[in-house]
Design a protein. Sequence first.
Lengths: 55, 412
Amino acid sequence: MNTYQCPDCAYIYEEEKGAEHEGYPAGTTWPDIPEDFPCPECFVREKPDFIKVEN
Amino acid sequence: MNTKVESFGSMTQLDASEANNASRKRNSAWILSKRYWYWMSFLMPAIPLLSGYLAIESGQGVWLWFTVAFLYGLLPIMDVIFGTDESNPSDDLVETLKGQRYYVYIMYLATFMHWASLVGMAYIVSQYDWSWFSILGGAISAGIMNGVGLVTGHEMGHKVNDRAQANCSKLVLACSGYGHFSIEHNKGHHKDVATPEDPASSRMGESIYKFVQREIPGAFRRAWSLEAARLNRLGKSEWSMGNEIIQSMSITVAAYTLMLAYFGPVMVPFLFIAAAYGWWQLTCANYVEHYGLLRQKNEDGRYERCQPHHSWNSNHKASNLVLLHLQRHSDHHAHPTRPYQVLRDYTDVPSLPSGYPWMFALSMIPAAWYSVMDQKVVDWAGADMNKVNIDPENREAIFSRYHRPIVADDAA
């Protein structure tokens, strides 16, 4: 499972957890997240801005 | 002789570094002392109640207008007297302050006080014999506090992943029935700010009275469609209690119904005016915060990121302390989740000549607003009006009056 970080507010998207409140259930993989997905915490950065966190 | 000079030189350095240390200490001491000044957030809602008490005791209904005088008179005067606040927390201090729950509890207390203030004023106007003029003053005063409540709701509404703060935000926004604010603001305004697409960013040449007709319906439509999209992703209907707009609105409907039942029909105009004036305060804030400023488009068709120069700032001490540093607006847009106690002032950002209270008053007189602000927008854009967010109806007039882009010598 991969993780991606918002470059602004340090929110981390974990595929394992998803973003339930925003309607992306646990297990939603990054490719299934739409391109216009905003950071669910600061909302000013979008999917293309996110940085993959290397494990 | 040489030795003397050297020692004199190093003494000066020592003095300078001591002076630096002392100024850093003073800076930190001031920033730490603000923890008490922020009490204004929960003390201010007591002002309408205090004015109501004075009105009852003296039998002079005009006291019910006191909060209006406080906002548009006393606060601007205090801004002039106390001037600007040059202090910024150091990185160490930011780390210390940003997670302290103390600053959150202040807002919880403020939320309680906003409801107490609204219900208290409703009681005062309904249970005594006042002229319609005094009731109007009481309603507008309650509306001003509703507007201040939106500032608290705004701050907590940004902490979307702290459910307690997010819920408390819904509660305080419910005072004026602006429950759609957090969704509209976080997901809508912050994304589209300083673009023609944003109903909550004003355009040059657009009066506040024209702006409000675009802002209020546009903001509601945007909030509703964003919330509907979220609920649809969750497989729920937008007409369910999962809808956060409906959650907050339900509190408003319940509270307003109770007040109508207990305090009688005067609540109809009172609550309408108080809510509307709360909304109007937000309109004023949206109007002054990004007037004329425009983000450029990148080659890929996306707008450039919101930069510090895309917000108007005011660094006035008094109004910043009562508005949770909202006027340090560039930093807020750069870091929307940064808590109020650590917001920073930037140098070289667009600056308003006064704090919000006075700018709000100015915005209501369009001719005065244009005379103060239009030239500032022109200067900001280097007189290249293609870089300005302009009201389409006034585009030609504004271009012929102000468009004088500086052409580089080698290009000429």
